[in-house]
Design a protein around this ligand. Structure first.
Ligand code: FES
Length: 115
């Protein structure tokens, strides 16, 4: 199934799985900044690397229970890009990050980046 996906237009390797397991990775893709992390051992997530709260890089944060935590004010994001704010107050300065279809193939995280 992964090899079939790789044949789809726009599919590309983003980073090594081992790197994404170690810490969130910032990857530039066609001029767009992405963050790659591992939700579970073999399940990656790829979002736009920008926190909608205050524009921080999510890739500068860390992973907790499979969610990426923004380093500035601790908003957390799931692989679907949905945010949770501490205390539940959500006052976003920008749009929620888009999530991108991704998977593991071999030792790489692959994704199909939405245009
Ligand atoms: S900038 Fe990310 S939580 Fe405030």
């Amino acid at each position: 199934m992964s090899s079939m996906k790789q044949a789809l237009p726009g599919s590309r390797p983003l980073c090594a799985v081992s790197a994404a397991r170690a810490e969130p990775q910032r990857v530039m893709c066609d001029g767009r900044a992405l963050v790659v992390w591992m939700v579970e051992d073999d399940r990656p997530a790829v979002l736009d690397d920008r926190c909608p709260h205050g524009n921080a890089r999510l890739s500068a944060g860390y992973v907790l229970y499979g969610r990426i935590v923004c380093p500035l004010h601790m908003w957390t994001f799931g692989p679907d890009g949905r945010a949770q704010a501490p205390g539940g107050r959500m006052e976003a300065a920008g749009p929620m990050p888009r999530s991108h279809e991704c998977w593991v193939s071999g030792d790489q995280v692959w994704a199909r980046i939405a245009p």
